[in-house]
Each structure stands twice: as C-alpha cells, then as structure tokens.
Design a protein around this ligand. Structure first.
Ligand code: ZN
Length: 369
C-alpha cells in the first residue's frame, strides 16, 4: 500500500464570500475540505494524506492528529500547488498518487478503491462523466455540435503512477486545469473510468440559490439529587449531585435535541425517547446520535449552537472548554460554531438553591439541496 493522497485546497475562490475561500465553509455539517480528508482517512488506502493549503488556515485542521496529515503551502497556480506536493513526498518513494480538488466532497470510498485497483495495469486513471447538457464548440466564427456521449467531463480524484506524473509535472510550464491534461498533451495513455454524477464541484453560487435556513429552540430542566453522576453536554462533571431523570438527565444534550427537532419540525424528544423501559438510564449521547445522523442525512447543516446553562453551581467557566469539546465531537461541529453561556439566577428559587439545573439552546440550520 504505497499510495498517497494529495488534496488541493489552496484556491482563493472568493465567489462565495469575501472573507474566506469556499473550501473552509461549512457544507453538510462540516468544513468542505474535511469531507475529502475524512474519506481518505476512513478508506485506510493511503500512507499519507497531503493537504495543500495556505498557512493562514492551518488552524482549520486542528481536529486531525499530527501524523495524519502532511501540510504543503500552495503555489501561484494549480500546477505549482500540485508540484509542491509531489516534490514534498518524493523522499517517500511513492508508487501511486491520487490528486484531488477540495471542492469535490461527494466522491465515494468505492471510487478511491477502484482508481487504485486500475493503476495496477495503467499509469493514469481518470474518472469522467458525460454531460447532460448539449454542447457546442466554437472554432473562430463557426459553432459545431459535439456528440455529448463522446464528451468527457473529467473529475477528481485522478490516480497516477507517481514516477510518470512527476516526470511530466516538473516539465510543465503552462497552467493546467487537471493532471490528466499533462498525460494527454504528451500523448500518454489514460485509462478513463466512469465517475460519479454526485461528485460535482461545489461552486456555492448555485447552492446559494437553494439555501433555506431554519431556527429551533430547546429547553430542559432536571432536578438535582444526591448519589447520581452529573452529565452535562455528554461530559461527566465532578459535583455533589446529579440530575434525576429517566435517562442520565443531561439537560444540555436534551435541549440540543429539542432545538434540532424544532428547527426540522419533527415534534419533540419525548416522541422519540418516551419514558419506557428500553430507554431507562440511557446515556444522552446515544439519544443525540440518531437525531444528528438523520439531520445530516437529510442534507441539513448546522450553522451554530448557542447554549444557556442555568445553574448556580457548577461554575460553567471551569468546564466551558471541555463541554464545548464534547459537544463538538458529538455533533461533528467545529468548536467555533458552539457557544456556551453560564447563567446564575441570583440564588432565587429551585435553581438558585441548587435543586435543579436548566438549559436552553437555540440552533440555526441550513438545508442544502
Ligand atoms: Zn431532559
């Protein structure tokens, strides 16, 4: 398994926003470029995953372990970026290398396996799809019809024997739109395989038209009792009491669940987790998991979560980072999409007397279709 996966993510495409390139925007629940990285990791096909990105955005990759990714700075043009990466891995003596655009998050792991399999008998393997639109080609002032069955729209990832690609890439002067062009312009054979229609480039200019956003609000309160463990946001917190309930009483996760259900008009937590024996003492992360999975499966993406934890003790400031970390893991959200506020009630009433803890959550979600 001497395979390497290069993700080109240094593009500055500001069509979508002036603030940051599109590969750092949230798409279906996570940062666009993370989709490609996560799939490459999950596939277990690669010795190293190389991310070509601007140093400025290095913090966006904090969730990955150091040995999982290799960073390379982008070059002026696409060809420079991919050459930087090819040079960087030369010392590993790679056999195969896949080159991929970060703006295509929807390829399958099956496609990766297929590309590598086909490299056994080919030096270059490139996925394509046919066009669904009619295509005309202009030569000077004349326009001619192209037979769309013979038009190949090439996609990434594209797979190559490292040595062959490196030889061509190092000589290349002009900019290229993909590595397949290098092989074609030097008359080297490419094995074309049928790609995946859903593996289109995310441009956002199209997606933006179809965006719909929704808000949901959730509230929960549980009684504090002795001899019970306290769970908040999926995290065990050392405290003199815990929250009484049919489940572990995690007010934060329950309020998040209700906020999600509210935003997607799917009734309430009790509908899915009634007080029946099956759910006795269930841990709340187990309740949140199917709700989150269903949300992402339905093409929703969470923009942000804002949480008010209403209690006298424990002090939220002491556990804020850890709770946010835990929620970030459970929801696959970035930590900067989650805010947690602590609110005391001036020692008033049940909550003020440390007899209960309450929580309210507001969530904003967007549907991508
Ligand atoms: Zn509850």
């Amino acid at each position: 398994m001497n395979n390497y996966f290069i993700i080109l993510g240094a593009g500055k495409g500001h069509r979508f926003s002036q603030k940051k390139p599109k590969q750092y925007f949230n798409y279906k629940g996570k940062i666009l470029i993370h989709h490609s990285i996560d799939k490459a990791i999950d596939s277990k096909l690669f010795k190293k995953i190389i991310v070509v990105a601007s140093k400025k955005y290095k913090k966006e990759f904090k969730k990955y372990k150091k040995n999982q990714l290799l960073f390379v700075s982008g070059g002026k043009e696409r060809k420079d970026s991919s050459l930087n990466a090819l040079k960087k891995i030369k010392k590993f003596k790679p056999q195969n290398v896949l080159i991929h655009d970060a703006a295509r998050p929807n390829f399958s792991i099956r496609l990766l396996k297929n590309l590598i399999e086909k490299l056994k008998n080919n030096i270059a393997v490139v996925p394509f799809v046919n066009s669904t639109d009619s295509i005309k080609y202009r030569i000077n002032t004349r326009h001619i019809n192209l037979d769309r069955d013979k038009v190949y729209l090439t996609q990434t990832p594209q797979a190559f024997r490292y040595k062959n690609l490196y030889k061509l890439a190092i000589k290349q002067k002009k900019n290229i739109s993909d590595e397949a062009s290098l092989f074609l312009s030097s008359n080297q054979k490419i094995k074309f395989i049928y790609g995946e229609n859903q593996n289109n480039k995310i441009t956002f200019s199209y997606d933006i038209k179809n965006l719909k956003s929704y808000y949901g609000v959730g509230f929960d309160i549980h009684k504090l009792i002795k001899n019970k463990k306290l769970y908040l946001g999926g995290l065990k917190i050392p405290f003199h009491s815990g929250l009484k309930g049919h489940s572990d009483g995690d007010v934060i996760l329950h309020a998040i669940i209700d906020a999600i259900l509210g935003a997607t008009r799917k009734k309430d937590i009790g509908t899915y987790f009634p007080n029946i024996k099956k759910f006795k003492n269930i841990r709340s992360p187990k309740m949140l998991k199917p709700i989150i999975e269903n949300l992402y499966k339905s093409n929703f993406s969470i923009n942000n979560l804002d949480i008010n934890l209403i209690c006298e003790q424990p002090k939220v400031s002491k556990f804020r980072e850890k709770i946010i970390n835990s929620i970030s893991k459970l929801t696959s959200l970035n930590k900067n999409q989650i805010n947690l506020k602590g609110k005391t009630v001036e020692k008033l009433g049940l909550i003020g007397n440390e007899k209960a803890i309450a929580c309210e959550v507001i969530i904003s979600i967007t549907k991508y279709d």
